[in-house]
Design a protein around this ligand. Structure first.
Ligand code: AVJ
Length: 331
């Protein structure tokens, strides 16, 4: 269960491998393309190339969420630290964004930091890098799929528990799934545990759509990379010249949707099966749900969380919430 004591680092990490089932790309892709409305999961974006493209998205002038959330963390980190309490056990869901966690760790100075991520190498590298920067921090890396139930590898409750879920990552889930996920986070935290979570706010359509249709075409490349990935890994026959990136705000469902649109009638082979596309037909590849502060509070309440404080930027583009888990308050 525990391993990894690299003698060259002053602060070795503990590594807990729950052996999450590797995604079955073939089964997922064939099932998604066989649906009457073709659909692929956004988690399939993140191969090596897709992860690089996502990092590039975070630097785009049009993509406001990353820099706005970091600014909020910098501006209000001390207050957040006060809310979460001293000597906390801090669980991070997904260990993607090392800059955000660094800003928070500096302000919070927790006793234990526990990143949870499904990607083993990425997790190990980023956890080791953080342990080296914060020599007094006890780091427990947990390789697990946080979208399924799991227990923390420690059962002491001597430290107040807190979770950090930045980036509006929860926006990829349908509201019902988000509620389930929050409930599981609550179970990990226990009563009175706190959750610090980043949520992208509803705003005007133009601003939202620009963030997913950048002028440099990086988001288009990120979306289109899914077709290249299928071509590479599943002997797919997608011709990128006959598909294009589309991103639109669906106001009724309060979400930005990304699609890959077929620009002609065509047939495409994937893993030995043939799929027909009509001109204008799309593969729906991502939902990115946006919330008002009140709308998110209502969702969190259904999962047993009470709002304690919310921080936003001057333009009200993005929000960071501190919630407290009080399951007795669940309706
Ligand atoms: C990582 C899900 C928060 O929805 O904004 C960025 C992913 N997709 N540009 C988002 C994404 C296109 C991002 N999340």
């Amino acid at each position: 269960m525990i391993s990894s004591t690299d003698p060259t680092t002053a602060n070795p990490i503990f590594f807990h491998d729950y052996h999450p089932a590797p995604a079955d790309l073939r089964a997922e892709v064939l099932a998604g393309l066989a649906k009457p409305r073709k659909q692929l999961s956004p988690k399939l974006f993140y191969d090596a190339e897709g992860s690089k493209l996502f990092d590039a998205i975070c630097e785009l002038p049009e993509y406001y969420p990353t820099r706005t959330e970091i600014a909020i963390l910098r501006e209000h980190g001390a207050e957040m630290a006060q809310r979460l309490g001293r000597e906390a056990l801090l669980v991070e869901l997904g260990s993607g964004s090392s800059l955000k966690i660094r800003v928070l760790l500096e302000a919070l100075q927790p006793a234990v930091y526990m990143p949870v991520d499904i990607s083993r190498e990425h997790l190990q590298q980023s956890a080791q890098a953080l342990a080296a920067t914060f020599p007094k921090l006890e780091v427990h890396a947990v390789c697990a799929d946080y979208s399924a139930p799991f227990d923390l590898p420690v059962d002491d409750h001597e430290h107040p528990r807190a979770a950090f879920f930045p980036g509006s990552s929860i926006g990829n889930f349908e509201p019902d799934e988000s509620e389930q996920l929050l409930r599981r986070v609550g179970a990990i935290l226990g009563a009175e545990g706190r959750l610090l979570i980043g949520i992208d706010l509803i705003k005007d359509r133009a601003r939202l759509e620009r963030a997913y249709n950048d002028a440099a075409g990086v988001t288009a490349a990120f979306n289109m990379n899914l077709l290249s990935r299928i071509n590479r890994e599943l002997e797919g026959g997608f011709d990128p010249r006959h598909f294009r990136h589309e991103a639109l705000f669906n106001a009724a469902q309060s979400r930005v949707e990304m699609h890959l649109l077929s620009t002609c009638d065509q047939q495409v082979e994937v893993a030995g099966e043939t799929f027909a596309f009509r001109e204008g037909e799309t593969i729906h590849t991502e939902c990115s749900h946006k919330y008002s502060v009140e709308g998110f509070h209502a969702l969190a309440a259904r999962a047993g969380f009470e709002p304690e404080q919310v921080w936003t930027d001057p333009e009200q583009l993005f929000s960071v919430h501190c919630l407290i888990y009080r399951p007795s308050a669940m309706r």
